[in-house]
Design a protein around this ligand. Structure first.
Ligand code: FAD
Length: 320
């Protein structure tokens, strides 16, 4: 079976959920091997977790070069491991950093890249990736026809499923290129105590309808009751009510959670472009004609300052 490399994203010694999703998808298209970079003394734990989710092999490389923000050392490592093992595909999470890494790996391997895949399946001439395009109006299936297919996959594309495998650990010593420190990832990780927006299973977003920065209080309370991330429309961000790092949409982040709740958001095409692939969409809007209602699974016509606190109270009551 073809060897599929999976770059395992981890933080504070814990494997991030999207990496487990990649391992789950990798099993559909070949034999997964995990690549664990810069995990220090947590490498053994991380390798064990990767094995639990199907990694037959785990390539481990350590070094201070693999800090969170440096891109090129990760590119050096992935490229060298892919070449040495004749990997059929390299899977990376579709984060800002992941896409920087993946594009450079594809260039170095002289192959091709598919970004923001939402599904993967085995094809006759290699992995077939599904992308959702034009604000999720169409699905496109693509393959890479030359060399190892480098594919970035959106978080929440699949539910992670354990499938214990060998997990043989192989230490790799990476030859770093001279410009290792020259490129840093553009996306710094900001800790808010809530799940990362692009990885969260639930996102609660507020728009111009919240009326002011303080209006996000009801959005945050519902998000915290649900263990969700907070998103914002561009109108809310442009008004200075919420940080740009939380913007969802064409010029913000692309999210694809299990549940997306849009409060006081009209549903402009540019906002849809960032959330339309969410599995279940709920909107709360006082205008029954708001375009967001065209794409929702559940719509509530009402004032968000009445509906959201009720929902928060109900969620808390059910949690006990
Ligand atoms: P509005 O369109 O003003 O909608 C506010 C909604 O709140 C209304 O439907 C109203 O009925 C409802 N409302 C008001 N009060 C309440 C209440 N008390 N309770 C319930 N409902 C209430 N937008 C993005 O979001 N993300 C992007 O990445 C993005 N990129 C863009 C890129 C380009 C090049 C351009 C041109 C635009 C982009 N936009 C983006 C902007 C987009 O076109 C819309 O202007 C924006 O999404 C509108 O935000 P909104 O829905 O919050 O505001």
């Amino acid at each position: 079976m073809a060897e599929i490399l999976v770059l395992v994203d981890h933080a504070d010694g814990v494997v991030r959920k999207p990496a487990l999703e990649l391992l789950t998808l990798a099993r559909r298209i070949g034999t997964p091997s995990a690549v664990v970079l810069g995990a220090g003394d947590k490498a053994t734990e991380i390798a064990a977790k990767a094995a639990e989710f199907g990694a037959e092999k785990v390539y481990v490389a350590d070094g201070t070069e693999f800090t969170d923000q440096l891109v090129v050392p990760k590119v050096d490592a992935l490229t060298q491991i892919a070449r040495a093992n004749d990997a059929a595909a390299v899977l990376v999470t579709s984060s800002g950093e992941g896409k920087e890494v993946a594009a450079r790996v594809a260039l170095r391997l002289g192959s091709g890249i598919i970004t923001d895949a939402v599904d993967l399946e085995a094809g006759v001439s290699g992995p077939v990736a599904t992308q959702s395009v034009f604000a999720a109006s169409f699905q496109v299936k693509s393959t890479v026809t030359r060399g190892a297919a480098v594919i970035t996959v959106k978080p929440n594309a699949v539910a992670p499923q354990a499938a214990p495998a060998g997990g043989a650990v192989e230490s790799v010593s990476v030859e770093f290129t001279g410009n290792a420190a020259a490129v840093t990832s553009r996306t710094a990780r900001v800790s808010s105590g809530r799940p990362e927006l692009t990885e969260a299973a639930i996102v609660v977003s507020g728009g111009r309808g919240v009326g002011a920065a303080e209006g996000f209080g009801v959005v945050e309370e519902l998000a915290d009751a649900l263990g969700a991330a907070v998103g914002a429309s561009r109108a809310a961000v442009d008004a200075g009510w919420y940080p740009h790092t939380n913007q969802v949409g064409q010029t913000g982040k692309q999210v694809s959670p299990q549940l997306y709740i849009a409060a006081g958001i009209s549903g402009a095409i540019q906002h849809r472009a960032g959330m339309q692939t969410s599995k279940t969409i709920v909107a709360v809007n006082k205008d029954p004609e708001a375009p967001i209602f065209e794409l929702v699974d559940y719509g509530v016509v009402g004032d968000l300052f009445t509906v959201l606190p009720q929902l928060t109270g109900e969620v808390k009551a059910r949690k006990g």
